[in-house]
Design a protein around this ligand. Structure first.
Ligand code: ATP
Ligand code: MG
Length: 451
C-alpha cells in the first residue's frame, strides 16, 4: 500500500473530516502532546476505504483538550472522551487510558489516563481496530499485529479472547458485525470464546444489541451475518424465534427451496446495503409465526393462522428490542399483509385500492418480491400489483370524500357507530366507480340505510 496516499495534510483544515482530524493532531503536537489517528479510521485507510468518521488518541487529558479546543464538548470526560468541533465536523479525541475492572460487563468502573499509546491500544477490542497512524507521515504504529490481520482479513481479539469478552460482552456482537461488514473471518480462538460465552449476551442492554443486529441486517451481507450469529451461538440467545425456523419443513410445491430457515436466509440475502431497518426486520420476521403453527394436515403441511401468530411475535420482538412505536407498527404491518399479494388479482377494487394505499406500500411490495424470488420464483402477483399501481393515480387511490358525518346529520341520521359503516360503504362504492358525486352519494345512503 502506498503510504503517501494515506497522508493527512495538516495545513488549512477544510471541511473534509480527514483534514480536520489532521489539523487537530497537528495542534496537539504543537503543544507538545502525543497524538495519532486511531481505530476504525486507520483500519479503513489501510483497506483503501474512506472512513466514516475519524478518531484521535492523545496523552493530553480531557481538561487539556477542552482548553486547547474551545468549541469542544466533554461528552464522556469520565472515560477521557471529548468531541472537538471544527468546520462543522466532529472528531472524537480520546485520552490514552487503561480501563479498570468491568463490573457491569459493558463499561469499566473507572479508567486511568496514561501516557503510553501502547497501553491505550491494549484496551481496545480487535487487532484491526488497534492501529495508530501519524496523519502527516502516514506511518502506522502497530503493537498488536493489526496490519497483518487486515491483510489476512481476520477478526482477532487483542489479548486473551475470553478475558476480553468477559470484560465487555457486547464485543462478541461487534466481532460478528465487523466480520460481516468487512467480509473477514473470525480467528478460531476468538470464535471459540464467543461460542463459550454467547449466553452472556443476554445481560447486555436491548438497545445496544438492537443497534448491532440492525447494522448487520442493513449491511448488504445480512445472510452471512445471521449465519455467523447462528454458528457462534449468539442468535439462539438474542432471537430464539429465528433459530426455531430451522428444520420447519414447508410444502415443496410452494417452497422448493427448503425449510423456513432456508427461505428466510435466502430472503435476507436479498436485502441491499442501507435498506430501511423496518423492511429488513419485516423480511426477517415475516414467517416468524410458522414454527409455532406447523401442522401436518391430511393433504399437506399447514401453518394455520401463521400471520396473526407472527404479528404477535413480531410485536413482542420489536418491543424487546426497544423499537419505537412507529417502527414496530410498520414491521407488524409487513408481517400482516405479506400474504395479501396472493389474493390481489381477485380483490374487489375497493379492497385492492385500500391495500395499495397502505403507508410505505413500496416496502410491502419489495418484501413480496423477495418472498417470491426466495421460493417458487413466480412474479405474476408482483407484476399485477405493479401494473395496478401505475394505472391508479393518487386521486384514484385516495379520492376526496364525497360526503361527511355532517351531511349524514343534516339528512336526519343520528350520530353513532353507524356513521363509520355508512361512510365506509360510500367510500367502497366510490372506489369501485359506482359513485362520483355528492348527490349520488346522498341518494345511495337514503336507499341503503334507514335514518
Ligand atoms: P465503525 O466503522 O463501525 O465506526 P470503529 O472501529 O470506528 O468502527 P467504533 O465503535 O466507532 O468502531 O469505536 C472506535 C474504536 O474504539 C474502535 O476501533 C476500537 O478501537 C475502540 N472500541 C470501540 N468499542 C469498543 C469496545 N466495546 N471495547 C474495546 N474497544 C472498543
Ligand atoms: Mg467509528
Amino acid at each position: 500500500m502506498n503510504n503517501l496516499s494515506q497522508k493527512v495534510p495538516s495545513a488549512a483544515a477544510g471541511s473534509d473530516p480527514r483534514h480536520v482530524a489532521g489539523h487537530i493532531v497537528r495542534n496537539l503536537r504543537d503543544k507538545g502532546f502525543q497524538a495519532y489517528l486511531v481505530g476504525g479510521c486507520v483500519r479503513d485507510l489501510l483497506r483503501g476505504v474512506p472512513p466514516k468518521d475519524f478518531d484521535v488518541a492523545t496523552d493530553a487529558t480531557p481538561d487539556q483538550v477542552l482548553k486547547l479546543f474551545p468549541q469542544s464538548l466533554a461528552v464522556g470526560a469520565k472515560f477521557g472522551v471529548v468531541i472537538a468541533r471544527e468546520n462543522e465536523q466532529q472528531i472524537e479525541i480520546a485520552t490514552f487510558r487503561n480501563d479498570g475492572i468491568y463490573t457491569d460487563h459493558r463499561r469499566p468502573d473507572a479508567v486511568s489516563f496514561s501516557r503510553s499509546p501502547q497501553e491505550d491500544v491494549l484496551r481496545r477490542d480487535f487487532t484491526i481496530n488497534g492501529l495508530l497512524m501519524d496523519p502527516e507521515s502516514g506511518k502506522v504504529l502497530d503493537f498488536v499485529d493489526g496490519k497483518k490481520d487486515i491483510q489476512q482479513q481476520i477478526i482477532r481479539c487483542i489479548g486473551d479472547p475470553e478475558k476480553r469478552f468477559e470484560e465487555d460482552h457486547l464485543r462478541m456482537l461487534r466481532a460478528v458485525r465487523f466480520a460481516t461488514v468487512l467480509g473477514y473471518k473470525i480467528h478460531s480462538e476468538t470464535a471459540d470464546a464467543i461460542k463459550k460465552l454467547a449466553p452472556k449476551i443476554a445481560s447486555i442492554s436491548a438497545e445496544r444489541v438492537r443497534d448491532e443486529i440492525l447494522r448487520i441486517l442493513v449491511s448488504g451481507f445480512a445472510r452471512r451475518g445471521f449465519e455467523l450469529l447462528d454458528s457462534c451461538g449468539l442468535l439462539g440467545i438474542i432471537l430464539p424465534e429465528i433459530t426455531a425456523m430451522k428444520g420447519i419443513e414447508q410444502p415443496p410445491q410452494f417452497h422448493p427451496e427448503g425449510d423456513v430457515w432456508i427461505h428466510t436466509m435466502l430472503m435476507i440475502e436479498g436485502l441491499p446495503c442501507d435498506v430501511a431497518p423496518e423492511l429488513a426486520l419485516g423480511v426477517l420476521l415475516h414467517d416468524v409465526g410458522k414454527p409455532p403453527t406447523f401442522r401436518v394436515a391430511p393433504d399437506r403441511i399447514r401453518f394455520d393462522n401463521h400471520v396473526s401468530v407472527g404479528m404477535r411475535l413480531a410485536e413482542q420482538i420489536c418491543h424487546r428490542l426497544r423499537m419505537s412505536q412507529t417502527e414496530t407498527a410498520q414491521v407488524v404491518a409487513l408481517v400482516e399483509y405479506h400474504m395479501h399479494f396472493r389474493d390481489a388479482p381477485s380483490m374487489k377494487a375497493s379492497t385492492l385500492k385500500r391495500f395499495l394505499r397502505l403507508p410505505l406500500f413500496a416496502e410491502h411490495l419489495e418484501l413480496h418480491r423477495l418472498d417470491c424470488l426466495s421460493s417458487h420464483r413466480k412474479l405474476e402477483n408482483y407484476e399485477f400489483v405493479q401494473s395496478k399501481l401505475k394505472e391508479f393515480s393518487v386521486e384514484k387511490l385516495s379520492p376526496p370524500r364525497l360526503i361527511t358525518g355532517d351531511d349524514l346529520t343534516q339528512s336526519g341520521y343520528s350520530p353513532g357507530p353507524q356513521y363509520r359503516v355508512i361512510l365506509q360503504a360510500v367510500e367502497d362504492a366510490q372506489l369501485e366507480g359506482r359513485l362520483s358525486s355528492r348527490e349520488e352519494a346522498l341518494q345511495f345512503v337514503r336507499e341503503k340505510f334507514t335514518p
